[in-house]
Design a binder for this molecule. Structure first.
Ligand code: SF4
Ligand code: SF4
Length: 382
């Protein structure tokens, strides 16, 4: 039975985070159970974009600092890294590391930040939908991966946590190709599970001190949850974290795919919950993204239903560009997988016939200028 530990943590004060992380890991058998001296470890944080820690879009630096200190203490060699949304270049990485607080962590701890932006092709015959992957070269250089995710909502996958965080081992714009090739949520989620299985994190840690509700993963609102969680299973960790914020695991496409493969179960009864009280921390009014409302179609018609996907596409929410907030940076146009966005008078305009509803435009907009709106037909239908 998979174990997931949950320890209360009410602030990002380093000593509190260290205490919670230490106890969370102890309940999983201790860090030494997974990491040996001399091992090179990729500390795979969620560094989606250039955002400050208090915006709660990215893994908080205190969680990363606490972890790398522990890794160093047992003689391991941590490397902090991620391939954020958008381009994967040393210059952009430098800006993101600086904004998210990782440069400071590196300076305080002496730990390396990854600037290797090379990629490599690997074969993965065990993959269900992705048999060949293009991944960060760094994956070949490390002995193990620890995923250190942020607990947030997500426009496309409803929830993002340990499994979705590993999409960041796919370098830069290659992510857009994955969106385009697997433009149905079912296929894309299968690909995310494949990528997670390829990266095979030895440990999964969740920064659930303050998460993000509403229009996550970047345009939502910080919401205090008050916990650090850990598990050797990223899938079990996601089941617990989704449940903790009141999202039924059955509604999360990555969890659906993992359950189909026997990697976890929807039920908390099948997971050994350790540490502080889950019920005490459980949140019942965590706000979901607008896109979450339409997922009931999959419950009605079944999670693999092509009809539900078709209805989703035509009735479901669509990106809307708020030109008053928009600064014309063109990031949405640059990173839109099917090139569905055109800039007219320096403002984005979307061709909805081409749009695959991946919501990357919302995810990567630095000004929260992309809103996801329900169609009038959906409101009536609902
Ligand atoms: S990413 Fe946001 S700010 Fe930049 S052009 Fe698109 S909508 Fe405007
Ligand atoms: S317009 Fe936005 S939601 Fe539509 S395909 Fe482009 S990035 Fe995805």
């Amino acid at each position: 039975m998979d174990k997931v530990s949950l320890i209360k943590c009410n602030s990002y004060e380093l000593d509190q985070v260290e205490y919670a992380l230490e106890n969370s890991l102890k309940l999983n058998g201790g860090l030494e159970n997974y990491i040996k001296p001399g091992m090179k470890i990729l500390v795979k944080c969620n560094l989606l974009m250039k955002k400050k820690p208090e915006e709660c879009t990215t893994t908080h630096p205190a969680v990363v600092e606490a972890l790398v200190n522990k890794l160093k203490a047992i003689g391991a060699i941590p490397i902090i890294g991620d391939s954020p949304g958008g381009l994967f270049t040393p210059r952009l990485l430098r800006g993101i590391y600086s904004a998210t607080g990782m440069t400071d962590v590196a300076q305080r701890t002496g730990v390396e930040l990854n600037f290797n932006t090379n990629s490599m092709e690997v074969s993965f015959p065990e993959g269900k939908i992705v048999k060949k992957l293009t991944v960060m070269e760094l994956l070949q250089e490390v002995d193990a991966v620890i995923t250190v995710a942020k607990l947030k909502t997500h426009g496309m996958t409803l929830y993002t946590g340990a499994v979705k965080n590993l999409f960041g081992v796919i370098p830069g714009m290659t992510k857009a190709e994955y969106h385009l090739r697997m433009n149905k949520i079912e296929d894309f989620s299968d690909a995310l599970v494949d990528i997670c299985e390829y990266a095979k994190p030895v440990l999964s840690i969740m920064d659930g001190v303050v998460g993000m509700e509403g229009d996550g993963p970047s345009a939502g609102v910080p919401r205090k949850i008050g916990a650090i969680l850990a598990s050797s299973s990223p899938h079990a960790l996601d089941v617990v974290c989704a449940s903790l914020v009141g999202i039924e695991p059955e509604r999360v496409p990555t969890i659906q795919r993992a359950v189909e493969r026997g990697l976890c179960s929807y039920s908390l009864d099948d997971i050994k919950l350790l540490g502080d009280s889950f019920d005490e921390l459980r949140i019942d009014d965590f706000k979901l993204p607008v896109t979450g409302e339409i997922s009931f179609l999959h419950r009605v018609f079944g999670s693999n239903s092509k009809l539900a996907s078709l209805l989703n596409h035509h009735l479901g929410p669509k990106p809307y560009f708020n030109h008053d907030k928009c600064i014309g940076c063109r990031d949405c146009q640059r990173y839109c997988p099917p090139q569905a966005i055109e800039m007219i008078n320096k403002k984005p305009v979307v061709d909805l016939k081409k749009c695959i509803r991946c919501y990357c435009c919302q995810e990567l907009c630095p000004k929260k200028a992309v809103e996801i709106r329900r169609s009038w037909f959906f409101k009536m239908f609902k």
